[in-house]
Structures are given as structure tokens and as C-alpha cells.
Design a protein around this ligand. Structure first.
Ligand SMILES: NC(=O)c1ccc[n+]([C@@H]2O[C@H](COP(=O)([O-])OP(=O)(O)OC[C@H]3O[C@@H](n4cnc5c(N)ncnc54)[C@H](O)[C@@H]3O)[C@@H](O)[C@H]2O)c1
Length: 391
């Protein structure tokens, strides 16, 4: 099996991610078959892709919009399933439910050729459990794109324990040809980014729930003092609580309820109320016309305390992921800088701070709260004891 520009790419699910992935593959020169169970969603995807290509042409970024659009065909994901027989790779991007994904993979397996690779874009489900439904689980892997797929460079390549090992270099090469920056992640909950980034949201909410600071102040601390592009509350509202809360809950459950990943009631209530963030006009913040945005308390001492608390938790996650071989040090750094645009890799940040400062922050939280949530990674302790950098 080899991928080339002649490989026909199937994409199942024509929502935000599927449409973006179809665009990336068509721009890279492939014929694409885009499919969805909902005909309206498919129609919307077609219209969106047409207007995106025209916009790119008007901006001078491409000069063959029509040719690219003609490479994409649309087929309903309904019986009898057609259009996938010649695909060499099918990427699934349907809703984040294991039963729905199982259904899609078993339907796909009944129509694709023997050497067609099947990939899932799942954010937080186990690739191994998705592959388990297939009669040929060796051809199943994770290809996790980030939103918006055409703009975000990172792709996490995730082999399941059943995946044929020769698929990984093939997928890495293909993603490179698509202009992406691939990294390899172990099939563990949240892979790299959705695992390591959890405290960016969770610890920020904890600080807010405890009344240490309000949302605007925490957002200000992380952007102005920390240099992050968006504060946690602004970012959660942007991602949408239907996505961000659900990933948090899934990761928490998948980690056998490790308190480090515990979801919050504040965000759960937003999710329950349908206050999903920007897309519904209300989330942590109110985006209605005329609504007054809260102002930050720009106290530098308070801001630094907030930033350092959240950063220590993020560094701890990165150290633990490195210790448990979730990915190589280089891939961990690439993932956080390219997947969520962190201003710096967390291991590099750890080296700048020194393991002693990271441990001091974490241990002080641990002693204050007596909660397992604040336990420091053994890697930080080992390196600190040996007077060594984290990498
Ligand atoms: N949105 C993100 O930020 C993001 C980022 C990375 C990965 N993901 C993952 O990508 C996947 C898709 O997410 P999304 O944001 O594009 O969702 P979405 O809700 O925008 O789109 C999902 C699409 O799947 C279709 N669908 C549902 N059931 C189907 C079925 N049985 N057969 C065929 N089509 C079906 C729906 O009609 C819908 O068009 C999820 O697994 C999600 O976790 C999302």
C-alpha cells in the first residue's frame, strides 16, 4: 500500500472538520468523495467549499478554483453505500460517539477495497476501540486534524494497538505532502493536545470558581502576562462548550476518573443550558449586542500568580506525557505550538523555569489542597533530583 496523488480520499461527515479535511485533500490534488448521513449538511458543505475556493481565487491564493471543486464529489452516507469503492484512504469525521463511529466503520468496510486505509478524526475516543469493530483492524488509525483543518498545521497520527506499523510512516508522509505537520501520538485519552491542554481550561475554571479572580482577569493574565493568544474563557467560548466540555468529560472518564482531569460544574451548566459560547451568543461571556464585557483587574501580582499556577499545571501534564511515552519530546513541543498555538513549548518553558520552580508551584498547591489533582510528575522529581533539565 502506498499513497500518491492518485489516491482517492473519502471523507465521512461533512460538518466543520470533514469539510475542512476535504478541502485540504482536494487542494493537495486528490479526488475526494465527501459523504454525510444528512443531505442538508452535505449541501451546506458543497456551498461552503464553493465559496471558500472562490474567495481563495479572488485573493490570488489559487487560480484553479473550478478544477479543485470538480475533484470533489458528494454522496449520501446511506444504503446502498456508493462512491467509496476506489478510495485508498477514508477519513471519518462524524459526531463524537463511539456507537455512531462503529456503525460508520463497519459500513465502510463492506464497500471499500481490501487495501483501503480507514482513519478516524476523533478528538478523544480510543482508536483501538474504533478499530475493534473492523474485520481488518490493522488498517485503522487515527488522523486527528485541528479546527479549522485548512489553517491548522498539526495532525496527530495515532496508531491503535492493532494498526499495521508500516501505516505510520505512510500517513506521516502523506500529511507532509498535504502541507501539514504530523506528530505521532500514543492511543491514550486526548492523544497529545487534548490531554496536555486540559489544565488551561480546568485550572482556569477552578481559580474562577474559588473566587480568586474573575474570568476577565484570568483571561488577561494568560494573554498579557503569559503570552497566550486567547485567554481560557474566551477560547472555551470560541471552541464551544458542546465540544470543549464533552472532550473534558470523555478524557476524565477515559483516565479512570483521575482528578487531574475532573470537569467543572460551571462548564457543565453552560453546556446544559445550551449556552455554548460564541455560536449561541452566550457562554462564559455574553456576546449579545450591547452587552457589556467585564473588565479585568490588572493587578500584576494576582495576574502572575494565576499565570504561574496554570502554567505549572500545563508543564506537569507535558512532563507526565513525556514520562509515559505518549509522544517524543519534539512531537510534544510541536503539538502544543502548532495545534493550540502556545507561545512556547511546555518542555522549553520548564527548562527556562527550572524543574525546582515547577515543583515548588505544584507542591505548594498539593500541600494547600491535599488533592491528587496537584501531584507532580515523577519525571520532574527525577530530573530535579539529578539536577537535570526536563529534556
Ligand atoms: N470541531 C472541532 O474543533 C474538532 C477538532 C478536531 C476533531 N474533531 C472531531 O471531528 C469529528 C467531527 O466533528 P465536527 O466538529 O466536524 O462535527 P459536526 O457536528 O460539525 O459534523 C459532524 C457531521 O457528521 C454527520 N453525521 C452524523 N452521524 C453520521 C453518520 N452516521 N454517518 C454519516 N454522517 C454522520 C452530521 O450530519 C454532521 O454533518 C468529531 O469526532 C470531533 O470530535 C472536532
Amino acid at each position: 500500500m502506498n499513497f500518491s496523488q492518485d489516491t482517492i480520499i473519502g471523507v465521512v461527515g461533512s460538518g466543520a472538520m470533514g469539510t475542512g479535511i476535504a478541502q485540504v485533500a482536494a487542494l493537495a490534488g486528490h479526488k475526494v468523495v465527501l459523504s454525510d448521513a444528512n443531505e442538508n449538511a452535505l449541501g451546506k458543505a458543497k456551498a461552503n467549499l464553493a465559496s471558500t475556493m472562490l474567495r481563495l481565487q479572488e485573493k490570488g491564493k489559487i487560480n484553479n478554483a473550478e478544477e479543485i471543486l470538480n475533484r470533489i464529489s458528494y454522496t449520501p452516507f446511506a444504503q446502498p453505500l456508493t462512491g467509496f469503492a476506489d478510495c485508498g484512504l477514508v477519513i471519518e469525521a462524524v459526531i463524537e460517539r463511539l456507537d455512531v463511529k462503529h456503525n460508520v466503520f463497519s459500513n465502510l468496510e463492506s464497500v471499500v477495497k481490501d487495501d483501503c486505509i480507514l482513519a478516524s478524526n476523533t478528538s478523544s475516543l480510543s482508536i483501538t476501540s474504533i478499530a475493534s469493530i473492523c474485520s481488518k483492524p490493522g488498517r485503522v488509525m487515527g488522523l486527528h486534524f485541528f479546527n479549522p483543518a485548512p489553517l491548522m498545521a498539526l495532525v496527530e497520527v495515532i496508531p491503535a494497538i492493532q494498526t499495521n506499523t508500516d501505516l505510520v510512516p505512510l500517513a506521516m508522509e502523506l500529511m507532509g505532502k498535504w502541507g501539514k505537520t504530523p506528530v505521532i501520538a500514543k492511543d491514550t485519552p486526548g492523544f497529545i493536545v487534548n490531554r496536555i491542554a486540559r489544565p488551561f481550561y480546568g485550572e482556569a475554571i477552578r481559580i474562577y470558581e474559588e473566587g480568586i479572580a474573575d474570568m476577565a482577569t484570568i483571561d488577561w493574565a494568560m494573554t498579557e502576562i503569559g503570552g497566550f493568544r486567547m485567554g481560557p474563557f474566551t477560547l472555551m467560548d470560541y471552541i464551544g462548550h458542546d465540544v470543549n466540555y464533552v472532550v473534558t468529560e470523555t478524557v476524565f472518564q477515559a483516565f479512570f476518573y483521575d482528578p487531574r482531569y475532573k470537569p467543572s460544574f460551571s462548564q457543565k451548566r453552560l453546556f446544559e443550558a445550551g449556552w455554548l459560547g460564541r455560536k449561541t451568543g452566550r457562554g462564559f461571556y455574553n456576546y449579545a449586542d450591547g452587552a457589556v464585557m467585564p473588565q479585568a483587574n490588572k493587578d500584576i501580582v494576582l495576574g502572575t500568580e494565576i499565570f504561574e499556577r496554570i502554567l505549572a499545571m500545563l508543564i506537569n501534564e507535558a512532563a507526565e506525557a513525556l514520562y509515559l511515552n505518549v509522544a517524543s519530546a519534539g512531537d510534544l513541543e510541536t503539538a502544543m505550538t502548532k495545534g493550540v498555538n502556545y507561545p512556547k513549548g511546555l518542555l522549553e518553558w520548564c527548562n527556562e523555569w527550572g524543574t525546582d520552580k515547577c515543583l515548588e508551584k505544584l507542591d505548594s498547591l498539593y500541600h494547600q489542597y491535599h488533592e491528587d489533582r496537584y501531584r507532580a510528575s515523577i519525571l520532574l522529581r527525577k530530573q530535579d533530583a539529578g539536577n537535570k533539565k526536563i529534556v
